[in-house]
Design a protein around this ligand. Structure first.
Ligand code: CDP
Length: 227
């Protein structure tokens, strides 16, 4: 069967990764969490005190960064590695989330990440989630999904996720981080978050994981049957 590219973009904490992972597993496709790449770059910049307002420093730092995804056999999840170190857990920290949107708005950072993302999709058979995947990374993808959900639902979901790791975290911190990232991501000059005209809107405020998966699979099956 011919393979396609599925892109999932949308607002912060709308469950893009959950859906993308489920679809990739059902189809036997590769799953790439493009946000994890921006988070890993941010982690590197923070750890190495890179002044990201200085283009020269940014360029130099990017030369030192190698990002890879590897499958973790026990969980069967694709996890991100920064220069050989598994950083899947640490990049989810609020410290990284506080800075990631500023760093993801830098031209050189985006060029670095997008080039790798496009390479990963050369053979198709890929599900990638992020902010600009359907608009910039794979503008000719066969199926584009744009995810949204009510803000209170998104805050609640992310709170549950992060509270398990850090019981000191507050709802207010999460809410302001999501609002800040959504604002920066949708107002930046390069590749701002926006719905691609040819994308399918998926509002999962009132959908279960199973329901949203079924809906997306219907769209995919339609695309595959036309080919
Ligand atoms: O999981 P969540 O939706 O909260 O965020 P993420 O997918 O891990 O992405 C973290 C941040 O990376 C976003 O807020 C964006 O600033 C940036 N990002 C981006 O600019 N372009 C992408 N394709 C993916 C993420």
């Amino acid at each position: 069967m011919k393979k396609i590219i599925v892109t999932i973009d949308g607002w912060s904490s709308t469950g893009k990764s959950t859906l993308a992972r489920q679809l990739a597993r059902a189809l036997g496709y590769i799953y790439v969490d493009s946000g994890a790449m921006y988070r890993a770059i941010t982690l590197y910049f923070l750890r190495n005190h890179v002044d990201w307002t200085d283009k020269k420093e940014v360029k130099k730092a990017l030369k030192e960064i190698n990002i890879e995804f590897q499958n973790n056999p026990p969980t069967e999840l694709s996890e991100v590695y920064l220069n050989g170190e598994n950083v899947e857990y640490v990049i989810r920290d609020l410290v990284v989330a506080e800075k990631v949107s500023d760093i993801a708005a830098i031209k050189e950072v985006r060029e670095f990440a997008v080039a790798q993302q496009q390479k990963m999709g050369e053979k198709k058979g890929i599900v990638m989630d992020g902010r600009d995947i359907g608009t910039v990374v794979f503008p000719r993808a066969e199926l584009k999904i744009f995810m949204t959900a009510d803000s209170s639902v998104r805050v609640e979901r992310r709170f549950k996720e992060l509270f398990e790791k850090n019981p000191n975290i507050t709802i207010e911190e999460i809410k302001s981080n999501l609002e800040m990232r959504d604002y920066i991501d949708s107002h930046r000059e390069i590749s701002p978050l926006k719905k691609a005209r040819d994308s399918m809107l998926l509002d999962n405020t009132r959908l279960t994981e199973k329901e949203q998966f079924q809906k997306a699979m219907e769209w995919i099956e339609k695309k595959l049957s036309i080919r």
